[in-house]
Design a protein around this ligand. Structure first.
Ligand SMILES: CC(C)[C@H](C(=O)O)[C@@H](O)C(=O)O
Ligand code: SF4
Length: 469
């Protein structure tokens, strides 16, 4: 029977069935400070050992400061979480990349760049954006803390098989339009719960033309459409990305693995439960106006009018979102002034994202009333960017250049927005209070965020790019 890529990865990792679910073997387990402490406590309580410390990798990202390497910088609660991770990793022989280490970074940025993630793997982490790793042809999904404990103890996890969805992105991306705009446009089309119960495979010529960085941006936000996971079949772009990475196989072994990885694709006749087609050649830069990622429009569009019937759930949700965001129906989104810009997060903090933002910033200045920060996703991204002089571009324009971490993506560290602040953000979530209680988030691409920083308002970055020589 023809199989999808998801079916193939499921079958390869299937250990046994449990009441209609599958018990899957896990090839790579990533951990961070927030969702691991209780899991380790659970192991200790039952005197259990970590079954495969060698397949488990830890980093620090959520609770750290990106302004200081002190573990105490974000208060005693965060410090305790970080110190607990250090202790748990020591006791259980798990490699940890702590703050200050040259490999430290946001878990979904540092893992792939070290070559720890290979096509065909199952990858889990106690973090919803684990879907990011699907960009390398893996089955990767986020798990809860009790599942973290289960994986630590057994290297397996119980899962219900999801349905198959295929999203074809076709056409050529116009100037100023990026992977972030593609995924936002998809969520607009299918809604923020449009992929609930599905694993999504992305394909089409617009996906083949994307770098791994761009593919990660897309897979990362699969979860924001409700999907269990997002994935992209490995191709030459994937193999070139993996070649030479620290933990990639080397020499003949790499060639042998490449041959095996090349077999990881959906069969021609494989059946998908749902298919969506999107033509990217007509896309404009996207920006969210509301409080879920499906409430999104092109920068050249007006905020939608409320539907006629005020009784339906959609319009009351819309009204609530407009009220929280202090935005009017029918308003031109390009008129909205912002107070903050955040370029970072596991969605958009890779080297390519920083290059795209820097290309817009070149020779410009951050608007006076705006506080703008750039937070590279990992120490490696930071180093690369500094070698290319991108840090100078940002600093000279008035941006803060930070250490790697989750930072302003969520209010768990020292980058919390205040009530009424309005942020153009390259992150992935815009729900009420995500960046701080009462703060407002507009999700955009790195180029759009850079444009907003210079203009002090949401801006069509295509106009800024065209003006440059
Ligand atoms: C803290 C963590 C559990 C959480 C997640 O699972 O996604 C965070 O990364 C987020 O983005 O909200
Ligand atoms: S950068 Fe944001 S979305 Fe990504 S793992 Fe950190 S908090 Fe979660």
């Amino acid at each position: 029977m023809p199989k999808t890529l998801y079916d193939k990865l499921w079958d390869r990792h299937f250990v046994t069935s449990v009441d209609g679910d599958g018990l899957l073997y896990i090839d790579r387990h990533l951990i961070h400070e927030v969702t691991s402490p209780q899991a380790f406590d659970g192991l200790k309580q039952f005197n259990r050992k970590v079954r495969r410390p060698d397949l488990t990798i830890a980093t620090m990202d959520h609770s750290i400061s990106t302004q200081s390497t002190s573990l105490d910088a974000c208060g005693p609660k965060n410090a305790l979480q970080l110190k607990t991770l250090i202790k748990n990793c020591q006791v259980n022989n798990i490699v940890l990349y702590p703050v200050g280490d040259s490999h430290q970074g946001i878990v979904h940025v540092m893992g792939p760049e070290m070559g720890l993630i290979h096509p065909g793997m199952t990858v889990v982490c106690g973090d919803s954006h684990t879907a990011t790793h699907g960009a390398l042809g893996t089955l990767a999904f986020g798990i809860g803390t009790s599942d973290v404990e289960h994986v630590l103890a057994t290297q397996t996890i119980r899962q219900t098989k999801a349905k198959n969805m295929r999203v074809n992105f076709n056409g050529e991306l116009p100037e100023g339009v990026f992977a972030k705009d593609m995924i936002l446009a998809l969520i607009r089309e299918i809604g923020h719960d449009g992929a609930t119960g599905f694993v999504v495979e992305y394909s089409g010529d617009a996906i083949s033309s994307l770098s791994i960085e761009g593919r990660m941006t897309i897979c990362n936000m699969s979860i924001e459409a409700g999907a269990k996971a997002g994935m992209i079949a490995p191709d030459d772009v994937t193999f070139r990305y993996l070649d030479g990475k620290a933990f990639s196989p080397k020499g003949e072994k790499f060639e042998a693995m490449k041959a095996a990885w090349s077999m990881l694709f959906s069969d021609v006749d494989a059946k998908f439960d749902k298919t969506v087609d999107i033509d990217v050649s007509r896309l404009s830069p996207q920006v969210t106006w509301g409080t879920n990622p499906g409430q999104v429009i092109g920068i050249d569009e007006a905020v939608p009018q409320l539907p006629d019937s005020y009784s339906d759930g959609d319009s009351s949700a819309m009204q609530k979102a407009l009220h929280y965001m202090d935005i009017n129906a029918g308003q031109n989104i390009g008129d909205v002034a912002i107070s903050h810009v955040f370029i970072g997060s596991c969605t958009n903090s890779r080297i390519e994202d920083l290059r795209e933002a820097a290309a817009v910033v070149l020779n410009g200045q951050v608007a006076e009333q705006v506080k703008a920060i750039v937070v590279p996703g990992s120490m490696r991204v930071k180093k690369l960017a500094e070698e290319e002089g991108l840090d100078r571009v940002f600093i000279n324009a008035g941006f803060e250049w930070r250490l790697p971490g989750c930072s302003m993506c969520l209010g768990m560290n020292d980058d919390v927005l205040k009530e009424g602040d309005r942020c153009a953000s390259t992150s992935n979530r815009n729900f009420e209070g995500r960046q701080g209680r009462g703060a407002r988030t507009h999700l955009v691409s790195p180029a759009m965020a850079a444009g907003a920083a210079l203009k002090g308002k949401l801006t069509d970055v295509r106009l800024l790019l065209r003006r440059q020589p």
